[in-house]
Design a protein around this ligand. Sequence first.
Ligand code: TPP
Ligand code: MG
Length: 564
Amino acid sequence: MSQTVAGQLVGVLEQIGVKQIFGLIGDSLNPLADEVRRSQIEWIGVRHEEGAALAAAGQAKLTGHLAVCAGTTGPGSNHLVAGLYEASRDHAPVLALSGDMPRPLHGTDYIQTTEPDLLFRDVSLYTETIATAAQAPGVIHQAIAAAYAGPGVAHLTLPQDVLSAKAEGAVSSLATLKPHSEFAAAEGDIAKIVQQIDRAGSVVIMCGAGCRGAVDLLRALSDRLRAPLIHTLRGKELMAYDDPRWMGGLGMIGTRAVYHAVQNCDLLVMIGTDYPYSNFLPTKGSVIQIDERPQVLGRRAPTALGVTGSARPTLKLLLERVSAKTDTRFWDKVSHERRKWDEMLDKQSDLKRSKDHIHPQAVARAVSDAARRDAIFVLDTGLNTLWSGNWIRQTGSQRIIGSFNNAAVGTALGHANGVQALDRSRQVIALTGDGGFNMLMGEFMTAVHHGLPVKAVVYNNSALGLITLEAESVGLVPFREAIEFPNPDFAALARACGGHGFTVRQPGQLKPALSEALAVDGPAIVDAVVVADEMPNMPHIDLEQVGHYAVAKIKEAVLAVTGG
Ligand SMILES: Cc1ncc(C[n+]2csc(CCOP(=O)(O)OP(=O)(O)O)c2C)c(N)n1
Ligand SMILES: [Mg+2]
């Protein structure tokens, strides 16, 4: 049998190492799915196409390698779009495939008509219809190349008749379809960075997701300069929580020690980060920024020097040249403050804080303490991001992903399914608000169906908790009828789906339920009923002052989670 365009596409995906496609089958996708059925690629059928896009985005965020999702004609593909923003905003390479009706029906307002190339325009770096078999080899290559180049989303519209048509030609240059290589900063730039570092008294090094793979060099530079290492939320996973150099995050998911360090240092060196919250960046002192992406240099804080380069090779060159510093006073001060902050975190998450209520910080800390040393934590968006982001004590070999640039509610379970599918033996824990979990809870059934032993821990406050703070921050009365909602019995739901369910209402139940849930074979939900009106901690303000400053400071808390 001669190869079809669908067969050609699936063959390319197989050859470049794609192991799974997440999607929901139907009409125009049938020719593609039939090729997947006969290939080495696993088809993971989801309950909702947004779950497919989130699963693919989760995989791509974790690995940096191309992940694939698919939806069928019109409404099927429409459902992909929201989830794809995860890949777009976090710069993760995803190929999204939209089945489309046969070409003879185009332009006639036929049932399910959409213009996928228009609809996917904003979320994609590249979107194209494969209109003929002859066009397919070039367009398939170009789409995958674009996804890797961004990295980001590439989208293909696939009319059903073209998918079934006989393939013409072959896709060449497959060896070029891979993540781009690292590159060092130019010699002249290195000299300028060295000059500024040597001149500075106190230096702080801020590490973003771009520092992956450079941890040993960051440690060495920190030791040489007596410079505290601080991180963004995406950078948190890079090093163990208890590494003395790793002082914590900046912002609402962060520590007071770090806030003061950034405000008081002579020089902040930002590496591999486009940290968006300008109000937490230095108001005095100067900033050097090193990043592979020239467009991010200098856009968040007044910056004295912006240099293009990847973290690892650039740090290597810097380490050959920068002089050692001996004055440890700045370092000692930051370390001292950090220890105090740690004590505060321990107190806030102490299960003994309340006899009959569970505080959400305790949930995050208990999950962190019970998790395997190489677990993957998947965070959702809301107040729960603050609890998980601040109270997880990562090991350095664990991973933490979430909707950190898109700040979308309802992403954790879909992401978790995707990363769990990469390795069913790895522990994957989704930490999510109840609002977020409700959004796509059908995806728990995807986990059951495909043997994905994801553990979902739900912070159950029967509310869109962050929205209460949002309202208060602009002086509005929280609209209770719109913010609060009833929940199903999540544990019973888990069991009804064929998974395991646990409900936790009393402090004493938390640890036993978590350890049982983490030990079970298969997906599980832990429904943790938590105190609803817990205030977040403000790294940049004393808790006693919160009352007085409530409106302005809560606004900053909200901004830190929503970005908006
Ligand atoms: C998809 C989406 N819808 C709405 C919002 C606005 N929003 C931000 S946080 C939040 C509340 C989330 O509630 P929940 O998941 O229960 O988490 P909690 O704040 O209670 O921890 C909402 C609705 C958003 N960011 N994303
Ligand atoms: Mg909630």
